[in-house]
Write a protein that binds this ligand. Structure first.
Ligand SMILES: [Zn+2]
Length: 236
């Protein structure tokens, strides 16, 4: 019986170790996804800036088109003027031309504004792209480091799993099943230490007869309160 309990204790130790290793793997995996998320965010930012830049270019092209049209209109009106016979018509066309010239001046002002907006944004895009490049390189290195750690931990998990398999093969299947069920139900702790008449798994007082029976090491005894299998340990 003592041997059985010792094996169960070893099994619990290995399981706790595997659990710790899996948790650190999970932490590293979270860090990995944080790294790629950070890159993703900057990429999206750059993409949004490029869309905005293309929009500004399109607006600039539209202004240029309008500008060219207005200039052509002025040119045509000036040609028409030569054909005009009446003063009234002459004045009307004159007004058209000066309105068109004002429009041209407005458009030129808007074009200049657009150009300066484009230059400013293009500068920002260039800076952001350069830092994205650095971030990508940096992240690739950091991700590779994290992955190496994850792989290293996996080797430990694999070797612990082999040790676990060897142990459980030596044990009666029913005992392994009981251990596994308890472990699932009791947050990874299928065994509990019994000391001074108490179960340290749930801190409840054990019935004296049960506690006394533990000293005989004849059978596997469970705490009546938390159902964990009891391991008698008189000292810490
Ligand atoms: Zn208990």
């Amino acid at each position: 019986m003592k041997k059985k309990l010792e094996t169960l204790e070893q099994l619990q130790d290995i399981d706790q170790l595997i659990n710790i290793l899996k948790n650190s793997q999970k932490g590293l995996n979270d860090e990995l996804s944080d790294i790629s998320q950070a890159v993703h965010l900057v990429r999206e930012e750059v993409a949004a800036m490029e869309i905005r830049l293309a929009q500004l270019e399109k607006e600039k092209a539209d202004l240029e088109e309008n500008h060219a049209t207005e200039l052509a209109n002025i040119c045509r009106s000036e040609t028409n003027m030569k054909e005009i016979k009446t003063n009234k018509e002459f004045q009307a066309v004159g007004r058209e031309i000066s309105a068109a010239r004002k429009q041209v001046a407005d458009l030129e002002e808007q074009m200049l504004l657009k150009i300066s907006q484009i230059e400013e944004l293009a500068g920002e895009v260039a800076v952001r792209k350069a830092s994205l490049g650095e971030l990508v390189e940096n992240s690739a290195n950091r991700a590779a480091e994290k992955q190496a750690e994850i792989d290293k931990i996996q080797l430990d998990i694999d070797s612990d799993t082999v040790r676990r398999d060897i142990l459980t093969k030596e044990m009666p299947a029913a005992l392994v099943k009981r251990y596994t069920t308890l472990r699932d139900q009791r947050r990874g702790q299928a065994l509990a230490i019994a000391r001074d008449g108490y179960c340290l798994g749930c801190n409840m007082h054990l019935p004296p007869q049960l506690y006394n029976n533990l000293f005989k090491h004849e059978e596997l005894l469970a705490c009546p309160h938390c159902q964990r299998m009891l391991v008698l340990k008189l000292q810490q």
